[in-house]
Design a protein around this ligand. Structure first.
Ligand code: ATP
Ligand code: MG
Ligand code: MG
Ligand code: MG
Length: 462
């Protein structure tokens, strides 16, 4: 007999047949005549109930059927007499595949706090909350590939070990083969990290953009979707040391088209989740955030507000609200400013453009005024920055001048400059933080709760 998933059984119209289900026990209760065993197998947020009559299953045969145990249950799929479920299984055979010591099982019935679950991140996928989050995460990843595939983008794999710091922000994890006992030393006696990778300094990627630009200048429309590493002291609810980033890059696109792509892309992803994860989102809405579904529907139905950084600074300066950090033209916006614009002022997602060149990366295209660049940040309610992007500087001379101004070593990026030497073209792209998207769609409040194994300072053991 082939195993059915709980999801399949709950949707089944075909009753009074023999079925086999395998999963983990969520609870067992009953009386001396009958026991009710509630099982979840991860295929859905819902559980199925198996009914075990005492004449077939004396109590001692069920002693290992406790919370957390893995069981296989065979029986008749029948219409349920109880409330709350349409079908149930009249069990004829129950096998314990893996027992779980009920006393020691860390996921006890009483509600477990998200903070505590973070300490046992290896077990939390068995909870309703993390089951829901991980299924939504999967659906969004699938929708991302599907969106790009339908729009003629090619998925390009950019390297994880690299010699470049694409953001110039110095937040890199070093990759080294140096022997810890006797590392090579410079004349000053310091460890010579330029010898890192058999003679070249290397680090984990902070962004696949530079390599992605090269691919776009050959394939037209590309995207990357891979792990990204930033050694920032990421003790916020919005930063991880290891996160996943989606980076489309499109030849011939300018800033306007880049904004259109970002907006359509985000709306499509949210729409996909609403259509394909209805049960999980309903659960998260009811459990954590009563405005979640309303907010998701609002985002897909309303155009994003577009304005320049300069206009935003004017709004923030005349705001009644007192900010922790004052705003002045030329300073980078903090998340308190971003969230004010989105949540209080416009009450919708915002795309900010044309930031001062001093606070943005070297590769962004200079505006005609020479003071701002064609940057765009997409800001979302509850999140702040969800996307950072720009039109890239395609002119060789302007780009190398900017690099010199910003002390970006041109010799190390010679390969990158070849795109500007040979057949350059306007192009634009952006980076979407995958966990920030999952955070928004699930309504969770901490980024550590939307990735299976979060990496943050002092937390990388498993
Ligand atoms: P922030 O201002 O929030 O630190 P950033 O401007 O440093 O972000 P970018 O370099 O623009 O980030 O990266 C593109 C996107 O990647 C961001 O818009 C965000 O969604 C995501 N991102 C950046 N850093 C992190 C991080 N440490 N953890 C999770 N996501 C991140
Ligand atoms: Mg940052
Ligand atoms: Mg930023
Ligand atoms: Mg950014």
């Amino acid at each position: 007999l082939k195993r059915s998933t709980v999801k399949e059984l709950l949707a089944s119209q075909d009753l009074d047949r023999e079925v086999l289900v395998k999963g983990w026990v969520r609870s067992r209760r009953g009386n001396k005549y009958v026991q009710f065993i509630i099982v979840n197998d991860g295929s859905t947020i819902h559980t199925i109930q198996a009914v075990a009559a005492a004449e077939t299953f004396p109590e001692e045969t069920l002693k290992d059927v406790s919370n957390g145990a893995c069981v296989a249950i065979r029986g008749q799929l029948v219409a349920s007499q109880g409330k709350g479920q349409a079908v149930e299984i009249q069990a004829t055979e129950i096998t314990v595949l893996g027992a779980a010591d009920a006393e020691a099982y860390p996921l006890q019935k009483k509600a477990t706090s998200l903070e505590h679950l973070r300490e046992i991140a290896h077990l939390r996928p068995r909870t309703n909350t993390f089951g829901a989050v991980l299924r939504v995460r999967h659906a969004l990843a699938f929708a991302i590939h599907d969106y790009f595939n339908r729009h003629g983008f090619f998925y390009v794999h950019t390297p994880i070990i690299t010699g470049s710091d694409a953001e110039g922000a110095g937040q890199m994890f070093r990759v080294t083969t140096l022997p810890p006992e006797h590392p090579p030393r410079t004349a000053d006696g310091l460890v010579d990290f330029s010898e890192d990778f058999f003679g070249k300094p290397t680090n984990l990627t902070v962004s696949g953009q530079l390599e992605g630009e090269l691919a776009a200048m050959a394939l037209g429309s590309i995207y990357t979707f891979g792990p990204t590493f930033r050694a920032e002291n990421s003790n916020t609810a919005r930063h991880l040391a290891e996160f996943w980033m989606i980076e489309p890059e499109v030849a011939f696109n300018e800033l306007e088209e880049n904004m259109d792509l970002a907006e359509d892309f985000l709306q499509s992803l949210v729409r996909y989740a609403l259509e394909h994860c209805a049960d999980d989102l309903q659960f998260l809405n009811d459990q954590y955030d009563k405005e979640l579904l309303g907010r998701l529907n609002f985002v897909i139905d309303n155009a994003f507000q577009r304005l320049t950084y300069t206009e935003a600074v004017e709004i923030l300066k005349s705001a009644k609200q007192k900010f922790e950090f004052p705003v002045d033209w030329g300073t980078d916006l903090q998340s308190e400013h971003e969230r004010y614009l989105v949540e209080k002022h416009f009450k919708k997602p915002v795309i900010l453009t044309n930031y001062p060149k001093e606070i943005k990366a070297f590769y962004m295209k200079l505006d005609d005024d020479g003071r701002t660049v064609r940057a765009m940040d997409v800001l979302f309610p509850g999140i702040g920055e969800i996307i950072g992007g720009s039109q890239r500087e395609e002119d060789y001379t302007k780009l190398t001048t900017r690099m010199a101004e910003m002390h970006v070593p041109a010799d190390e990026l010679d390969w990158y400059l070849d795109t500007r030497r040979f057949g350059t073209a306007p192009h634009a792209g952006f980076g979407l933080g995958f966990e920030r998207l999952v955070l928004f769609v699930t309504g969770m409040s901490n980024i550590r709760d939307v990735i299976p194994f979060p990496r943050y300072p002092k937390n990388a053991a498993f």
